[in-house]
Design a protein around this ligand. Structure first.
Ligand code: ADP
Length: 644
């Protein structure tokens, strides 16, 4: 005896369904694309699971069948796919498994984005049927089970689950349709022509026949006896031609876009389509897509990328991650090759030299497409980079073979232009003739960097500086090391070697002079700052700032150190050199004061201020805030004339 169990939808699912039910999205017809896409995926899955698991039975013939019942206002989709066990129904249909749903819903509420955007973010799939149906019934049987499950919901917060029977494995979804309302984007999906045109538009490439009974008008007899006869025949609505085997010129942009939505479950058109045939030692056909937007979990380690892999028209892997390097995991699409064995396994995949050759070929192709996008459509590239820049940086740091090309694809904020980021190539093109290195400075914001004491001497020379406002860019540049033979040099580390011989001499003399007249100050300051700095010396580069902290070549910047330690990483404390500006009035006055009051505690306060100034200018954290503040208040108190 079967018992009906009633379940409640999760809160987020309910929220999402509410949005669907009341959606003003004008393209409600896309529900059909979603259900057909699911049906096709299910058939693929049954086939490829069957390759290795003999308990998965196979259908005699695979198809997706649509039935219309005008009188009952009912549309039914049946597939010969893998089906679902009862547990799977509850897991996949009753809940939204995708993590991050809550966050996205929250963001939506806050930003007031439209439902259309929401649909784009989720790929709501199955739930889109609630845009057109007032009740949905799903009857399904898994390909290795005897019993079937019935799932029913009107979308009003609950669904029911029943044991049921189904003669064969597969899934049937029955939609009790809402009344048609063409003006509000709800055509009558009981009409054959509506359904047929939606399928032609969105699902023509589906690899299995989409069958539907159609009224066919025929003329029988000839001449005077000719008469029109009406009959009902089952027809295949789609051409079933794999889109990647068709010649580029025969495929419309919309067809490429629809296929993209099918493979990626994205609701937006892709940014770019790459259709590519490799000939030679190993032959394969690739249809690749660059999405417009990065999935919210792209940069989580759990993210699964991968391309569909077909061998001789059979889908053998749904997500073959080995076909691309990890950093290109955002690329979607299909690869088909006849040169691979049909029973290829994950283990083989990892070692197969054909796969390695395909990966190499695809990587080269994708990089060259991106390079051409950068060169020819800069704005579009900038949009792409905003979403996928971190992935390219990952590539530039890890793919040694393509390091130079990938580095050339990176964009950085720079002192050259407030708005437009620069490539490394463009930076080199603007370098002064005597300039040797590519200069950068890492920090919290453009404003901090523009006013940093470290860049004073570079700015005076008219040298461009890359502003690394993304903390990890510093690591990226350290990993890359150099571009086009030019080394990266942090403005905050070590000697910059900016001057010609004459200037150098002048700088050295300036420093010597300061040491001669005020040298005793250095040791005194060092004594007060011995816990904080390695050394105190006079600077040859500071112009208007009184002090700065200089690190060694491989030190992390204070800003990066801050980010890392906030992320729970251990950053060993690194003592730096405090440089003070011997030409600065504050330093001169401080020396005069120290010269006459060598034992005054006030020197300690000033030492803290000079040090703290340099830390703050670098966007770092002052370790002992209490001490710094005490010094600040004490020093400020001496600045006002008169007695209280
Ligand atoms: P998505 O297809 O993006 O994963 P859906 O909400 O459309 O999201 O579907 C959720 C899951 O339900 C699918 O991933 C699949 O596991 C299962 N499913 C949906 N439709 C079918 C079907 N016709 N046959 C078998 N499983 C299905």
């Amino acid at each position: 005896m079967s018992t009906t169990q009633t379940f409640e939808f999760q809160a987020e699912t309910r929220q999402l369904m509410d949005l669907m039910i009341h959606s003003i999205y004008s393209n409600k017809e896309i529900f059909l694309r979603e259900l057909i896409s699911n049906a096709s995926d299910a058939i693929d899955k049954r086939k490829f699971l069957g390759l290795t698991d003999k308990t998965i039975t196979q259908a005699e013939e695979n198809f997706i069948r649509i039935e219309l019942d005008k009188a009952a206002r009912r549309l039914t989709i049946t597939d010969t796919g893998i089906g679902m066990s009862q547990g799977e129904v509850v897991e996949h249909i009753g809940t939204i498994a995708k993590s991050g749903t809550k966050e996205i819903l929250q963001q939506m509420k806050e930003s007031g984005a439209s439902t259309t955007d929401l649909i784009g973010q989720f790929g709501v799939g199955f739930y889109s049927a609630f845009m057109v149906a007032e009740k949905i019934t799903l009857l399904t049987r898994r390909a290795n089970e005897e019993k079937a499950t019935r799932w029913v919901s009107t979308g009003a917060g609950t669904y029911t689950i029943d044991d049921d029977a189904r003669p064969t494995a597969g899934t049937t979804i029955t939609l009790d349709l809402k009344p048609a309302d063409k003006e509000n984007g709800l055509p009558d999906f009981c009409e054959e022509y509506e359904v047929e045109s939606v399928i032609k538009k969105y699902s023509d490439f589906i690899a299995y026949p989409i069958l539907m009974k159609k009224t066919v008008h025929k003329t029988v007899g000839e001449g005077e006896n000719a008469k029109s006869e009406e009959s009902i025949e089952e027809a295949t609505l789609n051409s079933m031609k794999p889109i990647w085997t068709r010649s580029k010129n025969d495929v419309k942009d919309e067809e490429y876009n629809e296929f993209y939505k099918h493979v990626s479950h994205d609701w937006e058109d892709p940014l770019r389509v790459i259709n590519y045939r490799a000939e030679g030692r190993i032959e394969y056909q690739a249809l690749l897509y660059l999405p417009k937007r990065a999935p919210f979990d792209l940069y989580y380690t759990s993210f699964k990328g991968g391309l569909q892999l077909y061998v001789k028209k059979v889908l053998i892997l749904e997500r073959a991650e080995e076909l691309l390097p990890r950093y290109l995991r955002f690329v979607r699409g299909v690869i088909e090759s006849a040169d691979l064995p049909l029973n290829i396994s994950r283990e083989i995949l990892q070692q197969d030299r054909h796969i390695a050759a395909i990966r190499k070929g695809l990587t080269t192709k994708i990089i060259s497409e991106l390079t051409s996008l950068l060169e020819k459509e800069r704005d579009k590239y900038a949009d792409f980079y905003r979403e996928f820049g971190p992935a390219l940086k990952e590539g530039a740091s890890t793919d040694f073979e393509n390091k130079e090309k990938l580095s050339g694809l990176l964009l950085f904020a720079s002192s050259n232009d407030k708005e437009k980021p620069t490539t490394l190539g463009e930076y080199i093109g603007r370098m002064k003739s005597e300039q040797k290195d590519i200069y950068y400075l890492a920090g919290e914001s453009r404003l901090t960097l523009e006013n940093s004491p470290h860049t004073e001497s570079l700015r005076a020379k008219g040298y461009e500086i890359l502003y690394l406002v993304d903390a990890y860019d510093e690591i990226v540049l350290q990993n890359i090391g150099e571009f086009s033979g030019k080394k990266f040099k942090s403005a905050a580390k070590g000697e910059l070697d900016l001057s010609d011989e004459k200037e150098k001499k002048h700088d050295e003399e300036k420093v010597k002079e300061a040491e001669k007249t005020m040298g005793t100050l250095l040791g005194a300051l060092k004594e007060h700052l011995k816990d904080n700095v390695k050394e105190v010396k006079f600077s040859s580069v500071l112009v208007s700032a009184p002090s700065r902290l200089v690190g060694e070549e491989f030190d992390v910047s204070p800003y990066l150190a801050k980010i890392l330690s906030r992320n729970g990483e251990k950053v060993p404390p690194m003592k730096k050199t405090l440089e003070i500006n011997g030409d600065h009035e504050l330093v001169k006055k401080l020396f005069a004061f120290y010269d006459t009051n060598p034992n005054s505690a006030t020197l300690g306060d000033f030492a803290q201020i000079l040090y703290g100034h340099a830390v703050i200018a670098d966007g770092g954290d002052i370790a002992d805030v209490a001490k710094f503040n005490k010094a600040l208040v004490a020093v400020a108190g001496t600045a006002l004339p008169g007695k209280p």
